[in-house]
Design a protein around this ligand. Structure first.
Ligand SMILES: [Zn+2]
Length: 139
């Protein structure tokens, strides 16, 4: 399979992140559309913070594939109010740098941090963009 670097293709990254976030296309179809491997799609959405793990990605795509087994049970859903994917997407798309150390998006892995430390307080004013090192308290 031909491997084309997605960042060099106009509209590719935005299209993939949007379709993935809104769950309008399967990973397989997105990969076909942009002529890349499904793994490239997964990596891209992870890199942009749309999903944090493969397991979370699987639950997103399960909606399209209708895999009931992969869906969260109501008890699991109730456990923690996670940051809505759409908000995560909007924040990560407009993020340019870490607000603490100013490291640019291109050089670090940016994450969304809950300022008050409460992972359930997803109010926009409680969220900020940090690099992984700052988020983990290494800087
Ligand atoms: Zn930082």
């Amino acid at each position: 399979m031909r491997k084309t670097f997605l960042y060099n293709r106009i509209g590719a990254v935005e299209d993939i992140l949007r379709q993935y976030t809104e769950v309008t296309m399967t990973v397989t179809n997105l990969a076909k559309k942009w002529d890349v491997t499904p793994r490239s799609i997964q990596r891209l959405v992870e890199k942009h913070g749309i999903v944090r793990t493969i397991a979370e990605g699987n639950r997103v795509t399960a909606k399209l594939k209708n895999y009931d087994a992969l869906r969260k049970t109501p008890e699991q859903k109730a456990r923690r109010k996670s940051l809505p994917r759409k908000l995560r997407y909007e924040m990560m798309l407009s993020a340019v740098k870490c607000v603490v150390c100013n490291a640019p998006k291109e050089s670090v892995w940016l994450q969304i941090d809950h300022i008050d430390g409460n992972a359930e307080n997803n109010d926009r004013s409680n969220l900020q963009i940090l690099c992984m090192d700052c988020n983990q308290g290494k800087r």
